[in-house]
Design a protein around this ligand. Structure first.
Ligand code: AHR
Length: 513
């Protein structure tokens, strides 16, 4: 009898402890800010690659697709709705073979070139400096221009800056006026080369540091235009590159870039965008989580040379990279975008927010029709991807104050591997509203989170959710709303405690007033 009772108590204790350990606990310090999440973390990247520029933005003034001065209206409208803060252009690898003077003046006179990196297609230069800066004005976004170091010259780059930003009498400013633009543009973000360790010239960090200093010296500030010069940074975990650049050229830069792509398999066979099993899904998420380690380790090096965190880490290429869609040009990097991509986007953006003391900008590769695009187009049709909807949900973090979060939670297990099931970020905006973004990477199990909000009295909670039946669901031109944002009803408020049930494979944004 006594033994039976002991057994019952033990069983009860085990059950209680299992249910406690199966809980996710989140504490948010709502009255303690941890710095500003730069809106530029929500930036984008568009290269002369496949149908990103041509077809994605540029259809030409004579097109039957509704456009403003040749730039398609549907894409502009969609991007305005997610408030993209900056746009990087013209590459990528293309930047280091781009000669800007080929892309100005009457379009019919512009020389053609071969886009050797991306499919060997003819680039007719019909989209050049004026068209790009017009696009930025239509998007109400800041331009981020990547200058050519790999096959250009110091003179060519310094003249480009003069052409765009100089207000006085000079050969370049006069040429700009001759081409129809009187006022100079304001351009702040200026990249000095791209992937100079690879497609941008296969340089050593020592050689590039010297070149960077030379190019940066002749990248002038005209009038009140102040360039924020971004040096080419490391490929993934090349910590020696960061060390050398910081040591040799840190004084001359405002930003140092970092590139990291999430590739499920390997560079020869990256895996399909839509046809993958749970094993490959798990690997993708595990690989995307590597971003946390990369930022931490590169930051540690940067901290040694720049403890004041004056130099921004600029993650100007990130996102998923899969095999191209069957039957499409391998050089065009056209891929579909599923709920898996939404999970990847949500996790990365949460990571960037958490490191906003160092990460001052990030640019998803690439905006339209290339890699982890937010929009896909086919002639006059356009569809918004799950990744688009993540940017739509997360725009609330732009320029908000990061709030400290302390989180203990469940694991997502697959065979004998495990990763955190949940990713979280919280911020307070200028109106005092708190926003929490949550990702549940677990494709099969919902997650209950008990949340404590400290330092605020809370009146109301509302939310939005992005989820789908299957992890490889996606939107098509025929069925554009398979994955789209819905109202979220899974949050219950009681005093300063918030109980949230995240559906499996979901991205949720909560607004707390
Ligand atoms: O985004 C596609 C390519 O990836 C870019 O051109 C290059 O910088 C990177 O290797």
């Amino acid at each position: 009898m006594k033994r039976k009772k002991t057994f019952q108590i033990l069983t009860l204790l085990i059950t209680v402890s299992i249910s406690i350990s199966a809980q996710n606990r989140l504490v948010i310090d709502a009255d303690r800010g941890e710095g500003t999440i730069s809106r530029h973390i929500y930036g984008h990247f568009s290269e002369h690659l496949g149908h990103c520029i041509y077809g994605g933005y540029w259809v030409g003034e004579d097109s039957s697709i509704p456009n403003t001065r040749g730039i398609r209206n549907d894409v502009v409208k969609a991007l305005l709705d997610i408030r993209i803060p900056n746009l990087r252009w013209p590459g990528g690898c293309f930047a280091d073979e781009y000669h800007w003077m080929d892309g100005i003046g009457p379009r019919e006179n512009r020389p053609k070139m071969i886009n050797t990196h991306w499919g060997g297609v003819v680039e007719d230069n019909s989209f050049g400096t004026h068209e790009f800066l017009d696009l930025c004005e239509q998007l109400n976004t800041e331009p981020y221009i990547s200058g050519n170091v790999g096959s250009g010259t110091v003179e060519e780059m310094s003249k480009w800056i003069e052409y765009i930003t100089f207000d006085g009498e000079s050969p370049m400013a006069n040429l700009r006026r001759q081409n129809g633009r009187n006022e100079p543009w304001k351009v702040k973000f200026w990249g000095v080369g791209n992937e100079s360790w690879g497609c941008g010239g296969n340089m050593t960090p020592e050689f590039y540091s010297d070149l960077y200093r030379q190019y940066a010296t002749f990248s002038r500030n005209y009038g009140d235009n102040r360039l924020y010069k971004i040096a080419c940074g490391a490929n993934q975990a090349d910590y020696n590159w960061t060390e050398t650049l910081m040591k040799n050229a840190g004084r001359h830069m405002q930003g140092l870039s970092l590139h990291y792509y999430t590739v499920p398999r390997n560079w020869n066979d990256k895996g399909s965008a839509t046809n993958f099993d749970e094993e490959e899904y798990f690997t993708t998420i595990q690989k995307t989580l590597f971003m946390e380690e990369l930022i931490t380790k590169h930051s540690t090096i940067m901290d040694r040379y720049d403890p004041q965190k004056r130099i921004g880490m600029i993650i100007d290429e990130w996102g998923t990279w899969y095999n191209v869609e069957p039957g499409t040009n391998p050089g065009f990097l056209y891929q579909q975008n599923t709920m898996r991509d939404a999970i990847v986007a949500g996790i990365n953006l949460n990571i960037f927010n958490a490191h906003c003391d160092r990460v001052q900008m990030a640019n998803l590769a690439q905006t339209v029709n290339v890699l982890q695009a937010v929009a896909l187009t086919d002639e006059e049709k356009m569809v918004l991807t799950p990744t688009y909807w993540v940017f739509y949900l997360y725009k609330v973090h732009q320029d908000a104050t990061l709030l400290p979060v302390s989180f203990t939670g469940n694991k997502y297990r697959q065979n004998n591997r495990e990763i955190d099931a949940i990713s979280v970020s919280a911020s307070k905006d200028a109106n005092g509203k708190i926003h929490i973004t949550l990702v549940n990477a677990d494709p099969s199990n919902e997650q209950r989170i008990e949340t404590q909000l400290q330092g605020v009295s809370v009146r109301n909670v509302s939310g939005k959710v992005l989820t789908s039946d299957k992890i490889n669901d996606y939107n098509t031109f025929e069925q554009p709303s398979t994955i789209s944002v819905k109202d979220f009803k899974g949050a219950i408020l009681s005093g300063s405690s918030l109980s949230v049930v995240l559906p499996s494979k979901s991205v949720v944004m909560l607004e707390i007033e």
